[in-house]
Write a protein that binds this ligand. Structure first.
Ligand SMILES: C[S@@+](CC[C@H](N)C(=O)[O-])C[C@H]1O[C@@H](n2cnc3c(N)ncnc32)[C@H](O)[C@@H]1O
Length: 197
């Protein structure tokens, strides 16, 4: 659902202002803490991840570009009204159309968190997205896929689609696992994959 651009801009301005005055408005749910305190620091630290695409923007992702100083951090969001929460290098578009928006192999890492079940809701849409990820990410680039295993946000079992065979599960060092369950209430988990050549 498209949000009001004016409302989003006011919200972005308000959060920027509050953060500048030391009032932290960021979400503190366990899945967000896992993303910001475990996953992002590893991406920032590891030199193999220089070019990162983050899909889906909201008020609580406003500060994400600032966590990736020295790296190329781009954002993509289907709703134009959410662009004010994106990076300087932001594209309005769908993750189902990555081939049309980006170049082959341009990313070392793609973070697709909270998009499945929040707009990208059909097996066809997920298949198209995975094909686009395979195209836009270099061989052995990292996909971070986060989702909520709740009836409202899991329209079908995400790993039932065949295009996952374009990627390979990857043991992500800080979690020492291919999967990290961050939140038992929201049933949120992160899954890590590398791109097959
Ligand atoms: C729950 S928010 C998640 C935001 C963020 N990715 C995060 O880590 O929480 C979902 C966002 O994904 C966006 N979205 C939904 N379908 C999309 C698509 N096909 N391509 C790009 N963005 C999409 C929605 O507009 C919404 O802003």
């Amino acid at each position: 659902m498209t949000k009001s651009p004016l409302r989003s801009k006011v919200r972005a301005g308000l959060h920027r202002c509050l953060i500048r005055f030391g009032i932290d408005t960021r979400k503190k749910r366990p899945d967000r803490v896992a993303l910001e305190k475990i996953i992002f620091p590893e991406l920032q630290k590891d030199p193999q991840y220089q070019s990162i695409l983050f899909v889906g923007c909201a008020w609580y992702t406003l500060h994400y570009p600032s966590l990736f100083g020295g790296k190329k951090f781009q954002t993509l969001e289907i709703d134009p009204a959410q662009a004010c929460f994106g990076a300087m290098d932001h594209r309005v578009g769908s993750c189902e159309e990555l081939e049309a928006i980006f170049s082959r192999g341009q990313f070392d890492c793609i973070v697709l968190n909270g998009v499945f079940g929040f707009g990208m809701n059909t097996p066809d849409a997920l298949n198209r997205t995975l094909h686009g990820i395979h195209y836009a990410m270099r061989p052995f680039g990292l996909l971070v896929f986060g989702w909520n295993d709740l009836p409202a946000h899991a329209p079908f079992p995400p790993f039932s689609v065949e295009s996952w065979n374009l990627l390979e599960p990857y043991r992500f060092p800080p979690c020492n696992s291919e999967r990290y369950s961050s939140d038992s209430i929201n049933r949120h988990s992160f899954h890590f994959f590398v791109n097959r050549p």
